[in-house]
Write a protein that binds this ligand. Structure first.
Ligand code: PLP
Length: 398
C-alpha cells in the first residue's frame, strides 16, 4: 500500500476561520466589499507596522497594481530578482515593460547588491533607468535590504518588495515587506497563512494605495454614473475570504515558530552531512522559514537533486527544485541579466543544487522523520556503492 502523501506546504486551518465566514453569510456581505476587508487591511498594516494596506485577490494582482501606480508602461525597464517564482516577473509583461534580471548572492540567496549596482550603473549610462526594482525575499529570507536600498536611493528608483513568501519575517527589527516603497504579500494556499487565494499591497504612501484601490475596483470615477478615464481591474479580495484571513493572521506568529522548528529539526538531522548545506539566515534577520531549502553538493555526496526527488516520489513525498531562474526561462528568452560577479552565477548554482523540503506548519513529527530517513537512505545507498567500487579498484590495483 502506498504511504500517505506528505505535502510541501499545504493550507493549515485552525478551524475558527468559519466564524467570520458564517458572520458574512448571516449579514449577507458575500461580495468584494464589506467590513472584513477593511478590518483585514487594518490588521495586516498594524501587524507589520505600516500605514495602510489594500486587500486583493492575489499577490500577483498586488504586484501588478504596484507597477501600475508607478506608471510602468511600454518601453520601460523593470529590474527583478532572477531566482523567484514567475509571478514576480509576469506583471512586468502585463504592463508591456521589459524585465531585466538580477542574480542572487550567496548569503541570502536573494538579489545581489553587486549585480544590482552594475545593472543600475549601466542603465544610467544608457539613460534608461528602470521604473522599479522588484526585490524578492525567497522562502522567507529577507534580502540585503540596506545595501539594495542604498543603491536604489542613489539612482532614485523605487523598490517593490515581493514579500509573498516572507510574511512574518523581519529585517533588522522591521517586518519584511515594509522596507521598500511598496510591499506585496500573498495568501495563496501554500503560503504561511492563507485565504485560499489572496494578496495584499502595503505602503506608507496612502495616496498611492488609494490609487491602487481605485484601479483594483474597475477604476470607476466618482460620478453618479459609470465613468472611466483609465484602465481598471477587478482585483479586490472578497469579504468572505478576508474573514478567513483575519483569523489566519492571528495564527501567524505560531506558524512562524512552527516553521522555524521544522527547519531546526531538519538541520539537526542532516546538518552534519558533508555536502548538504542549508539556506542561510543573515545576521539581524529572522526568516519565517516558509520552506526549508537545502543545497546538495553532487561531488561530495555523489547524489543529484534529481535522484533525491525520484526517491521522494516513490515515498509519496512532495518536494521541489529551487526556483528555476527567470533568465533561464523560455518565456524570458533574450532578456537582459546581470550575474553576481563576472562568471559567478549564484542563482544558476542554487537551481542545480537546491531542494525545498516539506515544511507545512501542520507537518507531523513522524512525517518529517520519513522525509529525513528518505534522504539518509539515498545517501547511504550511494555511499555503499562508492565504497564497493573503491574496494574493487583497490583490489585490482594490488
Ligand atoms: C506566491 C508568490 C507570488 C504570487 O502570489 P499569488 O498570491 O499566488 O499570486 C509572487 N511572488 C512569489 C515569490 C511567490 O512565491
Amino acid at each position: 500500500m502506498r504511504k500517505p502523501k506528505i505535502h510541501l506546504s499545504p493550507p493549515h486551518m485552525c478551524g475558527r476561520e468559519l466564524h467570520y465566514i458564517k458572520e458574512a453569510f448571516d449579514t449577507n456581505w458575500v461580495a468584494p466589499v464589506g467590513p472584513n476587508i477593511e478590518s483585514f487591511e487594518k490588521e495586516v498594516a498594524s501587524h507589520v507596522g505600516i500605514s495602510d494596506a489594500v486587500a486583493v485577490n492575489s499577490g500577483t494582482a498586488a504586484l501588478h497594481l504596484a507597477l501600475s501606480v508607478l506608471n510602468v508602461g511600454k518601453g520601460d525597464a523593470v529590474f527583478c530578482s532572477t531566482l523567484t517564482f514567475v509571478a514576480s516577473a509576469n506583471p512586468i509583461l502585463y504592463q508591456g515593460a521589459e524585465p531585466v534580471f538580477i542574480d542572487s548572492e550567496p548569503e541570502t540567496w536573494n538579489m545581489s547588491p553587486l549585480a544590482l549596482r552594475k545593472a543600475l550603473h549601466i542603465a544610467s549610462l544608457e539613460g534608461r533607468l528602470p521604473k522599479a526594482v522588484i526585490v524578492v525575499n525567497l522562502y522567507g529570507q529577507s534580502a540585503k535590504m540596506d545595501e539594495l536600498l542604498l543603491i536604489c536611493n542613489y539612482y532614485n528608483v523605487p523598490i517593490i518588495e515581493d514579500a509573498a513568501e516572507s510574511l512574518g519575517s523581519s529585517y533588522k527589527g522591521k517586518a519584511s515587506g515594509t522596507l521598500g516603497t511598496f510591499g506585496v504579500y500573498s495568501f495563496n494556499g501554500n503560503k504561511i497563512i492563507t485565504t485560499s487565494g489572496g494578496g495584499m499591497l502595503v505602503s506608507n504612501n496612502i495616496a498611492s494605495l488609494n490609487t491602487a484601490r481605485f484601479l483594483a475596483t474597475q477604476a470607476r470615477d466618482p460620478e453618479p454614473y459609470y465613468q472611466h478615464h483609465t484602465i481598471g481591474y477587478n482585483y479586490r479580495m472578497s469579504n468572505l475570504l478576508a474573514g478567513v484571513g483575519r483569523i489566519q493572521l492571528q495564527q501567524l506568529e505560531k506558524r512562524v515558530d512552527t516553521k522555524r522548528m521544522i527547519f531546526r529539526k531538519y538541520y539537526h538531522a542532516l546538518g552534519d552531512i558533508d555536502g548538504i548545506s542549508f539556506m542561510p539566515e543573515l545576521d539581524n534577520t529572522r526568516s519565517n522559514r516558509w520552506l526549508t531549502a537545502i543545497a546538495i553538493d553532487e561531488e561530495k555526496t555523489g547524489v543529484t537533486v534529481g535522484q533525491i526527488l525520484t526517491a521522494f516520489k516513490k515515498e509519496n513525498i512532495e518536494a521541489r527544485h529551487v526556483w528555476k531562474p527567470m533568465h533561464l526561462q523560455p518565456l524570458f528568452k533574450g532578456a537582459r541579466y546581470y550575474s553576481h560577479q563576472e562568471n559567478i552565477h549564484i542563482a544558476e548554482h542554487l537551481f542545480v543544487r537546491g531542494i525545498c523540503l516539506p515544511s507545512g506548519s501542520n507537518l507531523s513529527e513522524n512525517d518529517q522523520q520519513r522525509v529525513i530517513q528518505c534522504i539518509r537512505d539515498v545517501l547511504e545507498k550511494k555511499r555503499k556503492k562508492r565504497f564497493y567500487i573503491l574496494g574493487e579498484y583497490e583490489v585490482m590495483g594490488e
